[in-house]
Write a protein that binds this ligand. Sequence first.
Ligand code: F6P
Length: 546
Amino acid sequence: MAMKDCPAVPVLQRSAARIPHLRDLFDSDPARGHELRATGAGITLDYSKQRVDTGVLQALAQLAEQAGLSEERERLFAGEVVNRTENRAAWHTALRTPTALQTTEQQCVEEQLQRMTLLVDRIQSGVWRGFSGKRITDVVNLGVGGSDLGPLMVTHGLREYSEPAVRGLKVHFASTIDGSQLFDLLDHLNPETSLFIISSKSFTTIDTLSNADTVRSWLGSHCVDEALMLRCHFIGVSAAQQKMSDWGLPSDNQLHFWQWVGGRFSLWSAIGLPIALALGMSVFRRLLAGAHAMDEHFRTAPVLQNLPVMLALLGIWNVNFLDIRAHAILPYDGRLKYFPSYLEQLEMESNGKSVGQDGELLDYSTCPVLWGEIGANAQHAFYQLLHQGTQSVASDFIVAARRYEALDHYAHQEQLLAQHQLNIANCLAQSRVLAFGDAAVAPDDNPWRRYPGNQPSSTLLLEQLGPESLGALIAAYEHKVFTQAVIWNINPFDQWGVELGKQVALQLQPLLQDPDAAAVAGLDASTRELALSIQQQQSGSEGGAA
Ligand code: F6P
């Protein structure tokens, strides 16, 4: 049923008009800190600091059922078509189904994992050699969007867990189309010992292919035997096998995945190769296991105890009923530095939509603007706006209870443990002040020192950040996105909104290179004047734009 027709909607609208300040919600229900939580796959979600009460929660649970969540979730897990504009499944859950439970259609997953294992083993053990016979010391992932953000985030997040045998191998990432990251890397990499992964589901993304072409030219200036260079220094990961071959990649250097894996849901596939190279295949398998545990929780837990469903429902409550259109992701853990940017793509590319599954323009809001930063650093950057600005912002705090305990051989363990406690204290302090304002301490008379509070937040508590818990955390957000899309009646698995810009860039590129000013004459006035200024500055000619 479309959201606007769900009987729960008017109930929620009426509730939104009467829901009191968070201070009053806590005063009237002292048990909420204990009761308003959901635990799944080892992660606890405390949502007591959201502006909800029992009535709101019940209506939100009804909304999920009235919108058809249970049925659509079954379709997702069964590998049926849920990406309707592209007529395909979105079967990322199959990528983490344990081998013993795989159905016949899922066996291709294990086959690719086995190929990936062999490849990882050859590289890590030094069997794979560069063109001059030296072992590989550096691997660079060339990819963008889903072919970059997930692997980068996990590799950074779990570095401490890398298997001892793989610690010599350095894994880097280059995504930017301007070549700047690559320029920095190529400056110090040794062509004889560097291996490049071209990661692209479509194998048509110009950002990635232009980086790959630059590397090919760089390597070509060191190794004249092109076939040898391609065989020893490039691996391709894609769903477009033929395109990899056309580019020149030998079939033994190709790993495959499938159209039914969405780009931003693909880190569990061979797109995770940089993760496996940096951390070890066993760590990669543990990541999959953690995600699978969250899949099972999402599939089976009742709504109000279902962690991803609650993340989704609270988001909908904030956006559609409390009119809060900004959402901050605040991990209190330096290892999760790239988690906010990973979620920016996952959430906004999936649910930044204004047309429903039926092709009709929606008359309600969908995905909020979502951004984030390591929480404690953001305290010194944008928290001022959260505490005293004019915007309402919902926040997710993410923190691990335990850290540094395994360092008992390390001389500075005690200081690090103390830093960890300080970090946790900051995390709890911020969600407390956001919720209760200066009532958390003695209020000040100066108006500029007042804190109104009532900014809602959730806290995701991990016992420890590790392969299983990170896998579960990512899967939780994937299922949050899916649940919201079901309720908003949109397709979270396409991204038509990014296509037009790519086409226009390809139209503009030759015009910018044309020395004749007439080439840009047909453009809009702003773009034309910018193009003329750029042409003039590039040719070094004097004066401003004509
Ligand atoms: O342009 C957006 C996008 O298609 C994303 O959805 C995707 O993750 C990214 O580009 C990279 O695509 P590919 O893996 O096909 O190179």
